[in-house]
Design a binder for this molecule. Structure first.
Ligand SMILES: [Zn+2]
Length: 194
């Protein structure tokens, strides 16, 4: 598969998926640090005070719903994301364009977290990468930390739906266990019929 994101863009997309996957957002600086270290974020990155941490939870909710819509692959759901991201990008001002090597780049001079993840989703849409997105299919992925399954993207190689090999194996084990269980239930039911 042809990788259509350059390094700065994939850094942004990966940071965005990390934000979406966080079990619980307690400190605003966790989120600031995730994004303002990115080249694409710019030096005058907007931060919010710790008392407004709830705003990032709302942002995360919005981002997760966008990702789930993209993962669903349904045209109508993807259209909703396109429309909402479009609206968000229209509010971005003070944008600068520059060349990085021979690639044209956008530079969000006064941007913040919302502009970062909105732009990441716009890149996924623009480069047709929705079907490379996944949410880990292992049901206990992150449940111990109080969170739900992680989001990820496969930028090269075969598509997958697990965040790592361990979760793939763990899920496989569960499936085998489920198959044995349903086999036993069926056996019992058969006995009941006699
Ligand atoms: Zn996982």
């Amino acid at each position: 598969m042809h990788v259509t994101l350059d390094k700065d863009e994939s850094d942004l997309v990966l940071a965005t998926l990390e934000f979406a996957s966080m079990p619980k957002i307690e400190y605003v600086d966790e989120i600031h640090n995730l994004f303002n270290k990115l080249k694409i974020a710019g030096p005058r990155f907007k931060t919010i005070p710790q008392t407004s941490v709830g705003a990032f939870s709302n942002d995360q909710r919005e981002l997760k719903s966008w990702l789930l819509n993209l993962i669903s692959g349904r045209r109508l759901d993807i259209k909703v994301v396109l429309r909402e991201v479009q609206k968000r990008l229209e509010t971005v001002d003070n944008m600068r364009f520059f060349f990085n090597g021979n690639r044209l780049r956008l530079f969000f001079a006064t941007s913040g977290v919302q502009a970062c993840y909105s732009y990441a989703i716009a890149l996924i849409l623009d480069r047709n990468l929705s079907d490379r997105l996944y949410r880990c299919a292992y049901k206990d992925c992150q449940s111990k930390e109080g969170g739900q399954s992680k989001f990820g993207i496969v930028l090269k190689g075969r598509k997958q739906k697990y965040c790592d090999k361990e979760h793939y194996r763990a899920d496989d084990k569960l499936k085998i266990y489920d198959r044995i269980k349903s086999f036993r239930i069926r056996q019992k039911q058969n006995k009941g019929l006699r």
